[in-house]
Design a protein around this ligand. Structure first.
Ligand code: COI
Length: 362
């Protein structure tokens, strides 16, 4: 693999981040880019100033959606070190998504080095307030200018950086969720477990309609029976019963969240019973009525841990903890963020320290 080329734009002014960052609205100075062709493999890796991407109007990703992405985060710790949370796991998931829609694999180590260098170059863009971070968005798309429906031969991988705060407009306050049964997001053996644009396109109308009714997001039910709970628009879901925490089993139509995986591990280490299984919306309602259901929360890279304060399904509306964050959710949020900001020892080997492990920028 060729060495990465650098086209660095020196900043004349200091980076000043807005008081309220929101999500994905501003971008750092540089991006990483490399191209793929069947004869050359991945070639021409470069770090260059963020600019518009030129593409042929027939590029296959525009017409047939051959595109995938990842979302991971870099943090500045209390010791002023730069860390990235579980980067290898995210790059491996990128490769799984790539496989599902006929795209080439990337070299995990090479992409890890590329994103490490990019984060280091744009480290002034990493916010330091609790709950804020530098969101890393790698994405890959098919470039071939051809209108026949077939996998592209040529591809581009880009990595973009965006300083972010809370994902939802509510900040880290509990969100209001509508259980969606007018539309489906994904079906088993479809694309649900693949981080591809199609799943997010499928969610737009349902989310718009829910937002008009005052909800933050929708909770998807399974595509066949419209009965089993799958995931929230941008998070995996956990249901906290008195004696068990349940999260829907990965069945092919649910995104295998990296935060989901981390939460399961933490809860088990805390001695809690965590079960990955099918769970119907009817079970959630009946357990709510018997008082066995303590609350629900979502997990995701963008959202971290988000309490669900209100859940509505058809005519049934449920409120949890009087609309305040649940005890377990707060504990988990604090646990994850203390790992992110280096306040807690990383006993899981989830933290990649950019300063200690990154390669030198030439
Ligand atoms: C993430 O949590 O990184 C996601 O992928 C959600 C994103 C679609 C905003």
């Amino acid at each position: 693999m060729e060495k990465t080329k650098y086209l660095i734009k020196e900043r004349t002014e200091k980076v000043v981040l807005p008081e309220k960052l929101g999500f994905g609205q501003i971008f750092s100075d540089h991006m990483f880019q490399m191209d793929y062709s069947p004869s050359k493999g991945w070639y021409s890796p470069q770090i260059l100033p963020v600019d518009n991407l030129m593409t042929h109007p027939a590029s296959s990703f525009i017409h047939y959606g051959q595109t995938i992405f990842e979302g991971l985060k870099a943090f500045k710790t209390v010791k002023n070190e730069i860390i990235i949370f579980r980067p290898e796991t995210h790059i491996e998931r990128l490769n799984n998504s790539a496989k599902r829609i006929c795209m080439p694999q990337v070299d995990v180590k090479f992409v890890l080095e590329a994103l490490t260098e990019l984060v280091r170059i744009d480290s002034d863009w990493i916010p330091t307030k609790r709950g804020e971070s530098l969101y890393i968005r790698p994405f890959m798309y098919g470039l071939d200018p051809a209108l026949g429906v077939r996998p592209s031969r040529d591809y581009r991988l880009v990595i973009l950086l965006s300083p972010v705060g809370a994902y939802y407009p509510e900040g880290f306050k509990p969100v209001k969720i509508l259980v969606q049964d007018d539309y489906v997001r994904a079906v088993r053996k479809g694309l649900g477990e693949c981080k591809t644009a199609a799943n997010y396109a499928a969610s737009l109308l349902a989310t718009e309609e829910a937002m008009k009714k005052g909800f933050t997001q929708v909770l998807w039910l399974d595509g066949v029976h419209q009965k089993y709970v799958e995931e929230v628009g941008t998070m995996n879901i956990f249901i906290n019963f008195k004696d068990e925490v349940v999260t829907p089993k990965l069945n092919g139509s649910i995104l295998p969240g990296v935060t989901r995986r981390s939460v399961i591990q933490i809860l088990k280490e805390w001695g809690m019973k965590v079960t990955e299984r099918e769970i119907s919306i009817d079970e959630i309602i009946s357990e709510y009525e018997t008082g066995n259901l303590l609350g629900l929360f979502g997990s995701g890279t963008a959202a971290i841990i988000s309490s669900i304060g209100w859940l509505t399904y058809k005519e049934k509306s449920m409120t949890f903890n009087n609309g305040e964050p649940g005890e377990l959710d707060v504990k988990l949020f604090n646990e994850l963020t203390s790992i992110h900001y280096g306040e807690k020892e990383d006993t899981h080997n989830w933290i990649f320290n950019v300063d200690k492990k990154g390669i030198e920028v030439s």
